[in-house]
Write a protein that binds this ligand. Structure first.
Ligand SMILES: [Zn+2]
Length: 431
């Protein structure tokens, strides 16, 4: 077995592959894998699989049959490619989601033409995250060419449905052992967190629906009923007076970006009360007997889901103490606990050193305000050594005129290749 290649060898190969990297990212963008509904997954998976098969990877196409969202019209097909090294060792896995959100309005370029202009590739998914996927493929190809008898194993996957929770994608694969030791030791998710940042994890989420229940009556005699809308109003007032000021005081030690997301947050997603039925624009004369609120509470690693839920229940009880007729029901909709990888882990340190080698500056450690597929790797796969690292600016994700910078892709590919070489060789001083 030969020693791992020096950085310069890898970096030269990646510079030489610049046009190929642009072509690959563009080809990926041109396949409109819009989710929902989950279009063209098979075509996108095949593009990845056929390319990697030519480089010696064993390629599996794994349809999440019976999984959430899967149908013959919209099959949830994931691709997982693996190449074994010349000797036993660690396995490094690059996981990218292949789905993109709908383009929406406001584009000045065609969202699926992958137009190249001023050093950028434009298109839906350019930054989130086909640019990162292409960078990881080119990084691994450069490493394989420079180090054909590398130890360990490398995997690259293209998975579905991250934008809708990842249940037929990473979660489905994790349930089948694809993201667990001993098969895999390290996972890098090339989400667009910026080329100088290692993303260690994300905050927690708790979604719930609260229904305030009233009593219907004629609108001309509201004193005969109980307005669910007024009851909800009293609860909203409690949120404003008691909860929001408290949340603004809670700052996490996790390096969440942007800075506003270092605090606990609460979004009121939707509110709906009373009957909508209008006859020629004329409302019914009714006291509202129901008012529903959906809330999205993002919580910190220092908080627990139980505490977060209890805090809301306490406020509802406080309203009830003031208004004897106040009745409510609370329903949990969805939750994900916070996750964070240890900043001193081999994986993070390898990326830190690679970022310094490529960019000449220290890596920043960040955490994401929202969740991504790392949750499934950690919670279902029980693999803690998972981070996000990839090119592109997070703010551009899901926006019109989304783009990825070509230099950013090239530099991120160099970071990925250098980190991969270190991780496979077993450390900074490895053979
Ligand atoms: Zn993404």
């Amino acid at each position: 077995m030969t020693a791992r290649p020096p950085h310069e060898t890898l970096f030269t190969r990646i510079d030489d592959a610049r046009d190929d990297l642009v072509a690959l990212a563009s080809d990926l963008i041109r396949i409109p894998t819009v989710n929902p509904p989950g279009d063209a997954y098979a075509a996108c998976g095949e593009l990845i699989g056929e390319r990697l098969a030519k480089r010696g990877f064993a390629v599996e196409y794994l349809r999440a049959e019976g999984g959430i969202g899967d149908s013959d019209r919209y099959p949830r097909t994931n691709v997982v490619a693996r190449i074994e090294g010349a000797a036993p060792g660690r396995c490094l896995h690059f996981n990218s989601h292949i789905d993109v959100v709908a383009p929406g309005a406001g584009w000045t370029v065609h969202p699926f033409a992958a137009e190249v202009r001023d050093g950028r590739i434009y298109g839906r998914g350019a930054c989130d995250m086909k640019g990162g996927l292409a960078a990881s493929i080119v990084a691994v190809e450069a490493l394989l060419a420079a180090w054909p008898d590398f130890p360990g194993a490398i995997e690259i996957s293209g998975t579905v449905d991250e934008e809708t929770g990842g249940y037929a994608g990473v979660a489905w694969l994790a349930e089948r052992g694809y993201f667990s030791p001993p098969r895999v030791d390290y996972v890098i998710i090339p989400e667009p967190l910026n080329k100088d940042c290692v993303c260690l994890g994300h905050r927690g989420v708790w979604w719930a629906e609260i229904e305030v229940q009233g009593r219907i009556a004629h609108g001309s005699m509201p004193f005969l009923g109980t307005s669910a809308i007024r009851g909800m109003g009293a609860f909203l007032d409690r949120l404003e007076r008691d909860l929001y000021p408290a949340l603004n005081q809670r700052r996490t030690a996790m390096p969440v970006i942007p800075d506003g997301a270092r605090f606990s947050t609460l979004n009121l997603n939707s509110i709906h009360g009373g009957l909508d039925e209008v006859d020629d624009g004329f409302p019914s004369a009714l006291v509202a007997d129901s008012c529903r609120l959906v809330l999205d509470r993002r919580y910190l690693i220092e908080e627990s889901e139980d505490e977060v839920r209890r805090e809301i229940l306490d406020l509802l009880e406080a309203v009830r103490a003031e208004r004897p007729e106040f009745r409510y029901a609370l329903r949990d909709l969805w939750s994900v606990p916070p996750v964070m990888t240890d900043a001193d882990s081999d994986l993070v340190r390898a990326l830190d050193r690679a970022i310094e080698a490529v960019l000449g500056r220290r890596a920043r450690h960040v955490a994401s305000p929202g969740t991504y597929d790392q949750k499934h790797v950690q919670r279902i796969g029980h693999l803690r050594d998972c981070v996000a690292y990839g090119p592109g600016i997070l703010d551009l994700a899901h926006q019109p005129d989304e783009y990825v910078g070509i230099d950013d892709m090239v530099e991120a590919a160099k970071v990925m290749a250098a980190a991969a070489a270190e991780l496979l060789s077993g450390g900074a001083d490895g053979a």
